[in-house]
Design a protein around this ligand. Structure first.
Ligand code: GDG
Length: 481
């Protein structure tokens, strides 16, 4: 049945699993996005288009039929092993990802990766065009699908199209290295509304459109020669704050948090880092800063431990494999040099956990350390705050995470400044209860007010409001002031 609302994202909110009897099945992988979008999906007969993960033998064959899971209509897009390598691991994760994150790693440019990116984006656009009802709203997500808005508009000019970028949008100086910069900008301009995490990303985009594509712009509006107007604006994403708070208050989670502390040898303070094992997250520098504090005697392994959870990620991409080896070596060296029997300096876990275990870790941790070199938002920081129902606990947060714009009461640090990080870690460690409560109370107010439902609502409302008709030919007369 044609859908009035279509979500197009790289991944479906389910994972394909092989059941014990050998048949294929689906397991929900509910993340923040699906929680946010679910109510509006249900209210509008929504359909979600995305890749279920894993390679498909023949991506065009009908082995992936639409299906329903938990009342949601899901339309799988199959990717071949070659597309996964070129489009996903290649162009998305080894070209766009590093460029959009301030060149934290060196991006690679390969024409065959780009060709695959175009082809896969065409596949998503064609599928969206075939399931959207007349005049429907289509919301496209993230950096893997930046060409979809324009491709979709060509196929279906009747649609209202929104795009949201979950990662930072880089300054012009970096973006213009991309050999396909113009195509990417034009791809995004197919949308009526282009959403970013922060106002800076939206401003970078509008400036690039003016410079590189030559369209007229005024503040957050772009005027296209065909008479359309495109709006670029910030919509900082958030979390299901009430859901995390409820989870943290759950008796089983509270008990588990106490068990974790005990299993760690009941230290006075637990430091915690939880990140996908990604070079943007600043794990290496953070652990070095912590180790130096132990080395100099400012912290003692009898009193404190650093729990670092590194969630496996993009393991087929070479830079991620190198990073894993580097962190493995660093943790081994730190624990070898500074640990004592039963008292490692760092408790390192290369694994992923259920949501309940995440909430128990947040509840057990006295100091949460989130120090990415660059991050669109960083939901882990917000989840920690949501779980601190006792208004205690300290957050050490990178200035370069989008979350720093809202969580001003965290100990804000420059993740490139090891001494600065050491000072902040110590301050957070030594802070008294009154100071912790003052900071945490303010952050919790922010998170509760700006939760993920508010985010989805703001984007959908703005998308519904965007002038869908053509702008007047005289550019000056139309601009919002
Ligand atoms: C991108 C942008 C932006 C992590 N490990 C486990 C687990 N998680 C969950 C966390 C959190 C999410 O994954 C991670 O989100 P982040 O925001 O921290 O980072 P990215 O994955 O890089 O996300 C980022 C985000 O998109 C949203 O727009 O904020 O800047 O890079 O929700 O809780 N969840 C479970 N087990 C784990 O082991 N269940």
């Amino acid at each position: 049945m044609p859908a009035d609302l279509v979500i197009v994202a790289n991944r479906l909110p389910v994972d394909r699993v092989t059941q014990p009897d050998g048949t294929q099945g689906w397991r929900p992988s509910p993340g923040g996005l699906v929680t946010a979008i679910e109510p509006v999906m249900r209210a509008n007969d929504g359909t979600w288009i995305g890749w279920p993960g894993g390679p498909s033998e023949d991506a065009d064959a009908g082995d992936l039929d639409p299906f329903e899971a938990d009342g949601l209509q899901l339309v799988p897009i199959g990717l071949t092993a070659e597309e996964i390598e070129l489009f996903y691991e290649g162009f998305s994760n080894a070209t766009i990802w590093p460029i959009y994150h301030d060149l934290v790693a060196k991006p690679e440019f390969h024409r065959e990766w780009w060709d695959s990116y175009v082809k896969v984006n065409e596949k998503y656009a064609a599928k969206a065009a075939s399931v959207a009802a007349e005049g429907a709203t289509v919301w496209v997500h993230d950096y893997q699908l930046q060409l979809v808005p324009q491709m979709l508009r060509e196929l279906r000019p009747d649609l209202r199209i929104g795009f949201y970028l979950h990662i930072p949008f880089p300054p012009a100086e970096l973006f213009q290295q991309l050999p396909w910069r113009r195509q990417l900008l034009e791809g995004l301009l197919g949308a009526d509304l282009v959403g970013f995490q922060l106002p800076g990303g939206a401003a970078n985009f509008v400036r690039l459109v003016r410079q590189r594509v030559g369209h007229k712009t005024h503040r957050d509006l772009v005027y296209l020669p065909d008479g359309r107007t495109v709006r670029a604006a910030a919509f900082p994403i958030s979390i299901d704050a009430a859901g995390f708070e409820a989870l943290a208050s759950d008796e089983a989670v509270v008990t588990r948090a106490a068990e974790i502390r005990e299993a760690l040898g009941s230290p006075r303070r637990i430091f915690l880092g939880i990140d996908r094992l990604d070079y943007t997250k600043g794990i290496y520098a953070r652990l070095r800063a912590y180790a130096e504090l132990i080395e100099t005697g400012e912290l003692d392994v009898e009193d404190a431990v650093f729990v670092q959870v590194a969630v496996p990620s993009r393991e087929q991409v070479e830079q991620y494999r190198i990073l894993r080896d580097e962190i493995d070596r660093l943790v081994g060296r730190i624990n070898g040099d500074l640990g004592r029997i039963g008292r490692p300096a760092i408790s390192y876990l290369h694994s992923s956990y259920p949501r309940e275990e995440m909430a128990a870790l947040y509840t057990a941790a006295d100091v949460m350390v989130v120090t990415p070199y660059r991050d669109g938002m960083n939901l882990v920081a917000k989840e920690y705050v949501a779980c601190r129902t006792g208004d205690d606990g300290a957050l050490v947060l990178s200035e370069f995470a989008g979350a720093a714009d809202e969580l001003r009461q965290a100990w804000l640090v420059n993740p490139y400044d090891i001494n600065g990080m050491k000072a902040a870690l110590l301050e957070a460690y030594r802070a008294d209860g009154k100071e912790l409560t003052r900071r945490m109370k303010a952050m919790r107010r922010t998170i509760k007010k700006h939760d993920v439902a508010a985010w989805a609502d703001a984007f959908m409302t703005e998308l519904a409001d965007v002038e869908h008709s053509t702008h007047a030919k005289s550019v000056r007369a139309v601009g919002r002031s």
